[in-house]
Design a protein around this ligand. Structure first.
Ligand code: HEC
Ligand code: HEC
Length: 302
């Protein structure tokens, strides 16, 4: 806070408090004034209550003074008077730090015990999963949805289809270090509109959504030349690069011709942000195990 505002607020507050105290005691002492005697009927109640003079009850007055004294005490103890920090050295920041430290002391040993467990076992541990679910709710729902089923561009975490791999190391790394997918815009290399449209149909034929006509079939060598480095020659994808399997029925952006056309014309760059700094190693592993367990049902069905 600039010095000017500090003094402006501090002096203003003090002057105002003194003025309030003076005003209350001054007005309490006022009797009937400037009222001609003939206007008075001479009635008096409770010793001091006359016409034109309704003094506040004493207890009411004291409440005002108690409030003022309490206010002064508060301003001495806590921040409030300009930039003065208060005698108790209390601040929201200190309180937050203290609460975080208390929480860490309480939960860190629990996180540590879970993180020491073997991954598969951890993924089936009910309490660890409860903890994972609450971490998921705090950090992951905005993108992957509260049911973890994702949306276009945000992978479904409940299926057993993994862009970046399903081993402990891969999932932990996805969460802690993040992932950046690079699908380049390749339409110009495909020979213009016709070549691109043929490639869209070729891609759709890989998963049997449509039958490859001769135009689409003619793109096979082009696919091997331009796409296989990431999606493999047979189109089954590569988890090292996050390149999706194009032969199955799981689509990150959708299987429509439009969605595939967009990938070829504009490229795709899905970003999973790194959460390692936020979560730390132990909680990253607990979350990875939780996410892995979300697809357990589908894994068993396979
Ligand atoms: C440099 C590596 C690379 C090359 C080359 C590449 N892709 Fe991709 N492709 C990716 C990655 C990575 C993604 C995932 C993008 C994301 O997650 O945002 C992707 C996504 C896609 C998708 C969307 C899949 C979905 O599930 O929605 C299609 C379709 C696709 N690529 C087709 C192709 C075709 C056809 C070619 C060749 C003309 C090609 N890609 C070349 C890396 C590549
Ligand atoms: C800002 C949005 C965002 C947030 C927040 C986010 N993710 Fe992601 N996540 C993504 C995107 C986008 C991808 C896909 C990246 C790509 O295109 O390959 C992804 C990918 C993943 C994958 C890889 C899935 C696979 O098929 O391999 C996992 C696992 C994952 N996220 C878990 C999490 C967890 C756990 C959290 C919470 C700590 C989280 N994500 C928070 C956007 C997000």
């Amino acid at each position: 806070m600039p010095a000017f505002w500090h003094w402006f607020i501090a002096i203003g507050t003090v002057v105002f408090i003194i003025w309030c105290a003076w005003l209350i005691s001054w007005s309490a002492k006022q009797g009937p004034q400037n009222v001609a005697d003939e206007d008075l009927v001479g009635h008096k109640w409770d010793g001091d209550l006359e016409e034109w003079n309704n003094p506040a009850p004493k207890w009411w007055l004291y409440l005002y003074f108690i409030t003022i004294i309490w206010g002064v005490g508060y301003l001495i103890a806590y921040p409030g008077l300009g930039a003065f920090e208060g005698a108790l050295d209390w601040s929201q920041h200190n309180q937050y730090e203290a609460e975080m430290a208390a929480a860490a002391e309480r939960y860190d040993p629990i996180y540590e015990d879970f993180a020491a467990m073997e991954f598969e076992e951890l993924s089936r541990h009910p309490e660890a999963n409860q903890l994972g679910a609450s971490l998921y709710a705090s950090y992951c729902t905005t993108c992957h949805g509260s049911d973890a089923r994702g949306a276009a561009g945000y992978p479904n975490l409940t299926d057993d289809d993994w862009l970046w791999g399903d081993s402990e190391a891969q999932i932990v790394s996805t969460i802690a270090n993040g992932r950046v997918a690079v699908m380049p815009a390749l339409a110009p290399a495909l020979g213009g509109d016709e070549g691109t449209a043929n490639m869209v149909r070729y891609v759709r034929s890989l998963s049997g959504i449509e039958e490859a006509d001769s135009g689409a079939a003619s793109m096979q060598p082009m696919f091997v030349a331009l796409c296989s480095a990431c999606h493999m020659a047979d189109g089954t994808g590569n988890p090292m690069l996050g390149a999706p399997n194009l032969t199955d029925d799981v689509w990150l952006y959708g299987s429509s011709s439009d969605a595939i056309m967009t990938a070829l014309v504009h490229g795709r760059n899905g970003v999973m942000p790194a959460h390692g700094d936020l979560l730390g190693t132990n909680r990253s592993k607990i979350l990875a195990a939780y996410v892995y367990n979300l697809s357990a049902a589908e894994r068993q069905a396979d």
